[in-house]
Design a protein around this ligand. Structure first.
Ligand SMILES: Cc1ncc(COP(=O)(O)O)c(C=O)c1O
Length: 424
């Protein structure tokens, strides 16, 4: 750890919350250099939905490497890319009746968002993009411009024009529909709101604190996009690939985004892979107009194809996630009422948050969990939300074990603060 603390930039983050050297990882467990095992309720911030080092994907990758399959090829045609596109079309798009062109914008999520914003602006010939409070879309300048968090924005060091913030679903609490507010602004020629090229949103805001958009709100936003000639971009980088249950988080809302960004768990194995899905009529790129050396990671294509084949040919995974999700939320609700903890549980699938009224308790509880070998992180404007994000393949018994640890941690921290009111 000494070399990391001495040499790695001050910008380092997760290593401060989880200050151990990890050497191995399997399924929903990580192991440190001294042999201690940690249960994973973090899933690489959503990049490891199928857990660590899945056997099926590992075999496909090892076979590919052993056969000297192409590793790097910019955006040249490779067999691995062909196979991925065919599998994605057969397993994901066709069964859902989806028609999109696939862009490989660069290795990581923020690259997919940059490409989405650029192509939307080009397609509509307008420069503004509307985004929502607490949104998180990445750290490069275009994506950062549509990200809410003040500290992240502060890191830019320049003005970030071309972005308009608006209140997200439920921002003002119950009884006020912020889609109606937006409709009024768009319909009023004196509102000062210049018509954007697109609206970008997450259906469940991950880094913003597990804020869940109402399905009716999503439908209204989609209708506003249609009525006002704006494109709808759904950023499914964290909420997608089964995190909320279905492959795409927006499926149960019945909306059809014009552009979709997918990354994180797309490769299945934790390898960098991002795509920007664009409805064909908006794929207005000129050849090479958005370029990059690391577009199309062939190793990630191999593991992604294996993951799609293995987990998405049927709905077993989706059903299992939804079933276990109810159980987790019920258990968390029980913990809160038992301890008198002032907090709210919310989320979809295995994308669940505990929003702590006293923000500082969230980090203390997460640290207490880590002390007892459970890895989970916090999110939200003030790091006030404990994120419960186990790998989707976690056995029920391990979910219960993790929840036991979380319950004890909540109990301990509340007791330390003299807040344990209803102790059972
Ligand atoms: C919704 C969303 N969009 C974009 C990103 C950026 O992805 P990356 O960190 O891979 O650049 C993230 C990362 O957390 C995210 O949650």
């Amino acid at each position: 750890m000494e070399i990391i603390n001495r040499l790695e930039s001050e910008v380092r983050g997760y290593v401060r919350s989880f200050p151990k050297v990890f050497t191995h990882a399997k399924a929903n467990r990580m192991t440190t250099e001294d042999g201690a095992e940690y249960l994973d309720f973090f899933s690489g911030a959503g990049a490891l939905n199928y857990g660590h080092n899945d056997e099926v994907m590992k075999k496909a990758l090892v076979d590919y490497i052993a056969s000297d399959g192409v590793t790097h090829g910019l955006d040249m045609a490779t067999e691995a890319k062909q196979h991925f596109l065919k599998t994605f079309e057969d397993v994901i798009m066709k069964p859902r009746g989806m028609d999109y062109k696939i862009q490989f914008p660069g290795p990581t999520g923020t690259n997919a968002v940059e490409a989405a914003l650029k192509v939307a602006r080009k397609a509509k010939g307008r420069d503004r993009v509307l985004f929502f409070t607490n949104a998180y879309h990445g750290m490069t300048l275009g994506a950062l411009a549509v990200t809410g968090n003040a500290s992240k924005r502060g890191g830019a060091g320049v003005n970030m024009p071309g972005a308009i913030p608006q209140p997200y679903s439920g921002y003002f609490g119950e009884g006020r529909d912020t889609a109606d507010d937006l409709e009024m602004l768009l319909n009023n020629s004196s509102s000062g709101l210049e018509k954007p090229a697109a609206i970008i949103l997450e259906t469940v805001q991950g880094e913003g604190g597990i804020n869940v958009a109402d399905f009716d709100w999503l439908k209204k936003i989609e209708k506003l996009c249609r009525d006002h000639d704006m494109l709808l971009i759904v950023d499914d980088i964290q909420a997608g690939v089964g995190r909320t249950g279905p492959f795409f988080s927006f499926e149960p809302a019945g909306i059809s985004p014009d552009i979709i960004t997918v990354s994180k768990s797309l490769s299945g194995y934790g390898l960098p892979l991002a795509i920007t899905m664009i409805k064909p009529e908006y794929d207005v790129w000129a050849p090479g107009e958005h370029n990059g050396t690391f577009r199309g990671n062939n190793h990630a294509f191999v593991t992604a194809s294996a993951a799609l084949e293995h987990y998405w040919r049927d709905d077993k995974l989706e059903k299992a996630v939804l079933r276990a999700s109810d159980r987790i939320k019920e258990r968390l609700g029980g913990i809160i009422s038992k301890t008198g903890f002032k907090a709210e549980v919310r989320g979809r699938g295995f994308f669940i948050g505990i929003d702590c009224e006293q923000a500082e308790l969230a980090d203390e509880i997460a640290a207490e969990c880590f002390k007892h070998h459970l890895i989970l992180e916090t999110a939200g404007a003030d790091d006030n939300v404990i994120k419960v994000m186990p790998p989707l393949i976690s056995p029920d018994a391990d979910i219960e074990k993790g929840l036991d640890t979380l319950e004890t941690a909540i109990h301990t921290v509340l007791e330390q603060h003299g807040l344990l009111t209803n102790a059972a």
